[in-house]
Design a protein around this ligand. Structure first.
Ligand SMILES: Cc1cc2nc3c(=O)[nH]c(=O)nc-3n(C[C@H](O)[C@H](O)[C@H](O)COP(=O)(O)OP(=O)(O)OC[C@H]3O[C@@H](n4cnc5c(N)ncnc54)[C@H](O)[C@@H]3O)c2cc1C
Length: 379
């Protein structure tokens, strides 16, 4: 009987894990000693950081989408279906299509999703760039925008902690290029008592915002949008008039997680070093759906996938595993249209953003193109 590995979710984390496992377990796969099945609910793989560039007409949608099958090692079986129930006691995943996938080892990589419906009025009155459709709608509204107050507001929790800063800096350069800075007020809000979740990044941002005249308000948690009056209200009692509202809506994990009793709001209890689902040595968790205290980011998913693939391969081949995740995250942060900064941190070392440079911007653009090699497990 082969060892059966099931991976649920074929985004950044699931795909890198699958390809690294296929490499580490190549001979076992060819000899039929191991089977890897991936269940994911869409045939396409979308590079989400690309949405930011769609807003400013800097990439086309077809540049950030690939067929999932083309990214996977040919020895990984792909099933396009949605997991509806994960039964850890009986070690089986049941799909919407009615199939059952028994497993010896499970990797949960179902990511996170935006839930704008949690904020009344947001869908009618606001924009977001956290989906391809949303990014395109915002792009079209920006083209028609002739001035006024642009409010950028962020919900909790959310993936990619640097994206709200990036959109703000890029909007500044967008209006500068259009000679509209005198007609526009850029107003940034953040839910906690500083400009960013990571204190060094927040401290670094203050002078950047001040030199550009970007206004800000902290301790601002979106409560409700009044689309008729164009007002955004916060839980703290603030009311902000806007002419264009750009938000990062709050996020949840995938529905299957909550439906399977694996974690409230879809966040799975995960050991921050072994990446095992708490209490299950044969279940691993990768990417946004973990509950570990680190940024939800593609970079995080990538470094976690390296660890999970190593641990799982060792479990299959040697019966034990020792590699651990140290919380490593690396992000390039756009600080406009032609400069970027860079942050590197882990559980023990805080980030120290570097001065923005054109070189870092080109590195970010370069990585955007190389992502497909990352997904294939080559980088
Ligand atoms: C605008 C934007 C900018 C970003 N910029 C950056 C950046 O600069 N740097 C960075 O590191 N990160 C960035 N990110 C974040 C990054 O894209 C995510 O953190 C990363 O994709 C998480 O990987 P994941 O595998 O956990 O989830 P995902 O890549 O979202 O994959 C999850 C997959 O699981 C599937 N799935 C969900 N539920 C089920 C189910 N029940 N059955 C089957 N399949 C299911 C989904 O369809 C999806 O394909 C950005 C994100 C956005 C939106």
């Amino acid at each position: 009987m082969p060892k059966r590995i099931v991976i649920v979710g074929g985004g950044a984390g699931g795909t890198i894990t699958a390809n690294l496992l296929a490499r580490n377990l190549h001979y076992q796969l060819i000899n039929g000693e191991v089977v890897i099945n991936m269940i994911t609910d869409t045939p396409n793989h979308v590079y989400q950081p690309g949405f930011l560039y769609v807003v400013f007409d800097k990439v086309r949608s077809d540049e950030i989408i690939r067929k999932q099958r083309d990214l996977l090692d040919s020895h990984v079986n792909l099933f396009v279906d949605a997991a509806e129930k994960i039964d850890r006691d009986n070690k089986v995943v049941i799909t919407k299509g009615g199939k059952e996938f028994p497993y010896d080892y499970l990797v949960v990589a179902t990511g996170s999703r935006i839930v704008p419906e949690e904020i009344p009025g947001l869908s009618e009155g606001g924009h977001w760039f956290y989906s391809l459709d949303g990014a395109k709608k915002l792009r079209d509204s920006l083209k028609d925008f002739d001035g006024g107050r642009v409010v950028i507001s962020t919900g909790v929790p959310h993936k990619c902690p640097v994206a709200p800063l990036e959109i703000t800096f890029m909007l500044y350069d967008y209006f500068k290029q259009k000679n509209m800075l005198d007609k526009v007020e850029i107003y940034y809000t953040y839910p906690i008592n500083r400009l960013h979740a990571l204190e060094p990044v927040s401290n670094w941002t203050i002078p950047q915002f001040e030199s550009k005249g970007i206004k800000y308000e902290v301790l601002f948690n979106m409560e409700e949008v009044d689309p008729a009056k164009k007002v955004l209200k916060s839980m703290e009692g603030s009311e902000l008039h806007y002419d264009l509202l750009i938000t990062v809506p709050p996020h949840s994990g995938s529905k299957v997680i909550e439906d399977s009793g694996m974690g409230k709001k879809g966040w799975v209890a995960t050991d921050k070093q072994t990446l095992n689902n708490a209490g299950y040595d044969n279940v691993y968790v990768v990417g946004d759906t973990t509950d570990i205290p680190i940024s939800k980011a593609g970079s995080t998913a990538h470094f976690e996938a390296d660890v999970v693939a190593e641990r799982l391969s060792s479990q299959v081949l040697e019966g034990c595993a020792s590699t651990r995740y140290d919380g490593k995250v690396v992000c390039f942060v756009e600080t406009g249209f032609d400069e970027a900064t860079y942050v590197w941190f882990n559980y023990k070392t805080p980030p120290r953003p570097t001065p923005p440079s054109k070189m870092l911007h080109w590195m970010k653009l370069g990585y955007n193109r190389l992502y497909w090699l990352s997904a294939k497990g080559v980088l």
